[in-house]
Every structure is written in C-alpha cells, then in structure tokens.
Write a protein that binds this ligand. Sequence first.
Ligand SMILES: [Zn+2]
Length: 293
Amino acid sequence: MKDFIFTIDVESFSFETNNYDDKVIHRLENDAMPKLLSLLHKFEIKATFFYTASYLKISKDSFFEVINQGHEIASHGWDHTECYDKMSLNEQVNFLKKSKDTVEELANKKIYSFRAPFLRINFDTIKALEITGFKIDSSVASKRFDFMFTTGALKKLALLSAPSGSYIPSRHNPYKNGNSDILEVPVSAYIWSLTGTHLRISEYPTKLLAMYLISQKKINPQVFLLHPNELLAFTKKKTFRRGNIFQDNIRHWIKMKDLGGEAITKLESFIEGIKNDVKFNSLYNYYKLQKSE
Ligand SMILES: [Zn+2]
C-alpha cells in the first residue's frame, strides 16, 4: 500500500496582511491547531509538524499537544524569513544547528526532519543537513511547475528533473540521486502540487492528482503540504507589497479562497477519499521503514 504523509508547516504567516505577523500565532494556537489535531485524531493519522523556532518563542501550547498525540516534531528553520538558497554552507549550518537545538531542547528528544522556508535550498543544503545531524529533508517539490506563483522561480526549474518518490540525494545537488546520509522526501507534485492551497482553490484537480499519484505504484510516498493558517477564517485587509503586481494581487486573491471552515471540510473530504488506499505515516516513521527494508 502507498505511504501517505501529511506535513504541516507551522509558521506565523497571515493571509490577512499577506505577511508574517506574530499576532496570528495566538489564533493558530486557539483555533486552527486544535481543529487540525482533532481531524487527524479522528482518522488516526500521525503527521509531521515543521515548526520555526521563532514561532515557539511566542507559544508552545500546540507544540506540546502535537508531541502528546504522537506526531513527529520537525524543524522549519529559525525564522520563516530565512532563504537557505542565498546562504553559504557555514551560514546554513549555523541556522540549522540553532533551530535544531532549540526544538530538541523544548521537545526533550531528537528531531530528524527539516523543511526549508519557501522550499528554498541550494547545492550546499544536503551537506549542511548532514553536518547538523538531520536525516530527512522535505524541501523539494519535484515536477512542480508554478514559477509564476512563487519566488526563486528560475532555480525551481531544477525541480522539474528531480525524482518524484523518496530518494537519497547527492551531497552536492539535492535534486539528483547520490550517496549522502539524507533521505529526500519531496512534496508530491505533477505540475500541480499536493498542498492545502491547491485543495482550497481547486478541489477536484487536487483530488484527481492524489488519485493519479496513488495509482503510480513506483512513486512512494505521497507527501501533502498543509499550512494550519489556512484553517483560519480571514477577511482581506491591507496587503503588504512584496513583489510585482501579479504576485501581490492575483496571487493573494487566489490564496484567500475558502479559508477557514471550508478548508476543513475540503480537507476532511480529501482524507475520506484516499484513506482506504494509503497508509498514513510521519516522515520519520517512513524513514525507519525504509532503513529496515
Ligand atoms: Zn513555510
């Protein structure tokens, strides 16, 4: 049976301002995270939660609840403004080390999985992960084709040639097979990617993609990326300008669709649709299964 991994990026992004906002953390903690955790509990799903260390400085409530419910805790870097693709090897090692130490100290156990903010990594990232003792990276979205919508687009062209299932990447190129100590577990994609955003803005194509990927016996596992802030109901306010008009307006408008209750309904219906065809797992449990084979 196919392995299906829900990965959740816990960060302080606000759809309301299209920017990072620590105020959103309390709403996530009191509203989105409890709803998400009860949905996962209902379907007996163990997921992987990537936290930024800066989020945990504001609140740790959901973090401890996530641990109590048996999910995997993982690192989403120190702060979501970091761009690992712009950093030297040493800079990456420093950020990874202090993020990992912070999360491990709080969790009182080791962590193994990493996802870069914005999925932005470079040819030194795998080596930096090895040096800092990570075992799993999930920062690649293979065969993804959304460069109109995201920043760092040209570099993402490399993603088109990356393998689709999990693989051992080269120490010098995260998008190619090699013999590093890291297991790369890409976010599933085939032009369209398996994300909460896509499920909200276009429910049926995303369900079709999931069914297609599940039917591909050789591609394992399937990885879904979800942001809990999508489960909060927002109203559009002033937009923070960050890039061009296309990114600022159209992208923001699209991203606002069906936030809150609608997003939870769609997520539940998505899980109902696949639950009999997949085995839900966390990244680390999947990694251990691969090692024991
Ligand atoms: Zn993120």
